[in-house]
Design a protein around this ligand. Structure first.
Ligand SMILES: Nc1ncnc2c1ncn2[C@@H]1O[C@H](COP(=O)(O)OP(=O)(O)O)[C@@H](O)[C@H]1O
Ligand SMILES: [Mg+2]
Length: 269
């Protein structure tokens, strides 16, 4: 089947996104078919950018929630708040997205408290409903509504992984870092640094990523590469930029840092 992508609404700024594979087509198809989406992949590889890109491209309102270990279901659905002596119901971001028919993106969803899954379940099967216990309402999600969640399978410990009963409700896309040439182009475009100067940074990043699992929990992200290239573009000596943006954020251990700096020194002068 040939899927035609929607023409971007004119006059809307679409955040730049370079695809790795068919993720844009998959996203649009999932949205058309009203299926929820799970994005898996390392930090800083473009998941958030991808969602903003697709939301703008489809002309849909987007609400993004960064989940943390204190985030409860009520933070997503809403609360009664005191306003000038009255209690008024205030929609949370999930409820608003259901009412507006937009995209609700829950970033790092495994971090959230357990009661969040209870709210997501009826929204992620064919009922597509959001029961609001506190107001007695039961909202039916309109066709435009889409739930997108992301998580990083890498650094979470075993206790913090998505339960099968939750993950099996989503169409999933696996993300990874871009292939070399595309990553060079992205880092150059995002930072303003000339491609020729980005090449050694990406080379170094790829070497450092190869160490993941041995001395490093996570490899250098595309985000860090963009930071590093921005520092160099702003006039910082490459060696200093690499140290601050590509080495220091990776480790706190002195011996690991020394080894990484040595590797960096061989590539970046
Ligand atoms: N495929 C891509 N296309 C364009 N920019 C990208 C891409 N991947 C990463 N980036 C850059 O890296 C930064 C971090 O990406 P982000 O989407 O925040 O990562 P994640 O949400 O996976 O942690 C973005 O702000 C953007 O500058
Ligand atoms: Mg993100």
């Amino acid at each position: 089947m040939n899927i035609m992508l929607t023409n971007p609404p004119s006059g809307v700024d679409i955040p730049a996104y370079t695809p790795i594979g068919n993720e844009c087509e998959l996203f649009e198809t999932a949205w058309t078919r009203q299926l929820p989406l799970l994005l898996k992949g390392p930090t800083g590889c473009g998941k958030t950018r991808f969602v903003s890109h697709m939301a703008a491209r489809l002309g849909l309102p987007l609400s993004t929630v960064s989940c943390h270990d204190d985030l409860a279901a009520a933070d997503l659905t809403g609360r009664f708040l005191l306003k000038g002596g009255d209690t008024v119901w205030v929609d949370g971001p999930l409820t608003r997205a259901v009412r507006d028919g937009g995209i609700c993106y829950l970033d790092e969803v495994v971090e959230a408290r357990k009661d969040v899954a209870v709210v997501l379940h009826p929204l992620t099967d064919d009922r597509r409903i959001l029961p609001l216990e506190r107001t007695g309402e039961q909202l039916s999600a309109p066709p435009g509504f889409m739930l997108v969640v992301s998580y990083n399978p890498g650094y979470q410990n075993l206790l913090k992984t998505l339960k099968p009963s939750t993950r099996q409700r989503f169409v999933a896309i696996e993300f990874d870092f871009l292939p070399r040439d595309r990553e060079i182009a992205v880092v150059a475009a995002e930072s303003g640094l000339a491609e020729g100067l980005v090449v050694p940074l990406v080379e170094l990043a790829r070497r450092l990523r190869a160490l993941k699992g041995h001395d490093l929990e996570e490899g250098v992200s595309t985000r860090l590469l963009v930071y590093c290239a921005s520092l160099i573009d702003a006039g910082l000596p490459p060696k200093d930029a690499v140290r601050s943006a590509m080495i220091e954020p990776l480790t706190d251990e002195a011996d690991v840092r020394a080894a990484l700096l040595e590797l960096a020194g061989a590539i970046i002068r």
